[in-house]
Design a protein around this ligand. Structure first.
Ligand code: DX5
Ligand code: ZN
Length: 230
């Protein structure tokens, strides 16, 4: 099973968000990525529980809330109540990460830990077993449309090896700057979930852009399964 696609609504047309979400759902998206920003942890302000609840109302897909906020534990319950199925919090924003991940799981959502590009994998050593997924930022958080930082692919491959070596079922999510030009290298790093915003919602046809990405990933998974060079 190859990597799945999680379109990020940060780059969507908010004047027709419901229709945009239905388009990418029709295109084969596996979940909807909601980028939450508070203007403190990152230099941008976006959406909160109210928009998350609106997303919940228009899709059956899992809603994946990426909390780029200070004190994420204070707000996690509000996002789960609004309909989030996955909630990721930044290790750089939470001194009580182990407790927060357990708290999110206790709310019934999947708990993710997010790492900025400069944060080493070592921070995961004490929490990898209580995290359902790890979000590796492949751009510096705060804005869509940035260029993927290639060094993060090495980090993703290293995390893949670590998770497989330990026999964990922790999923790996990569987030930022992924498009059809680099998706082969991204898939080859061993990630499970690919967040993509501007490459999908920045295109003239988000449904077709999602379909192309999903089809490419299926092709790459097929090749990898049959041992062909991808
Ligand atoms: C950036 C967000 C990403 C971003 C991805 O802080 O976490 O999810 O929206 O968008 P693109 O694919 O345009 O980099
Ligand atoms: Zn994100």
């Amino acid at each position: 099973m190859g990597a799945v696609v999680a379109p990020s609504i940060l780059s969507a047309d908010f004047s027709r968000l419901g229709a945009e979400i239905k388009d990418v759902e029709a295109g084969g998206a596996a979940m909807i990525h909601v980028d939450v920003m508070d203007g403190h942890f990152v230099p941008n302000l976006t959406v909160g529980p109210a928009v998350t609840a609106a997303v919940r109302r228009v899709t059956q897909l899992p809603v994946d809330c990426h909390l780029m906020i200070a004190e994420p534990a204070r707000y996690a319950a509000a996002f789960v109540e609004a309909g989030a199925d996955l909630v990721s919090v930044h290790v750089e924003a939470d001194p009580h990460l182990h407790r927060t991940l357990g708290f999110i799981r206790g709310l019934g959502a999947k708990a993710g830990v997010a790492l900025n590009p400069s944060t080493p994998l070592l921070v995961l050593r004490e929490v990898l077993e209580v995290a359902d997924f790890v979000l590796l930022m492949s751009v510096n958080p705060g804005f869509g449309g940035q260029t993927l930082i290639p060094a993060v692919l090495r980090k993703a491959a290293e995390l893949r090896e670590w998770v497989d070596r330990e026999g964990l079922d922790t999923r790996i999510q990569i987030d930022g700057g992924v498009d059809l030009d680099n998706i082969e290298r991204v898939a080859a790093s061993g990630v499970d979930m690919i967040v993509s915003g501007s490459a999908i919602f920045g295109s003239a046809d988000p449904r077709a852009a999602t379909e192309r990405m999903v089809a490419r990933l299926a092709e790459l998974a097929e090749k990898a399964e049959h041992g062909q060079e991808i």
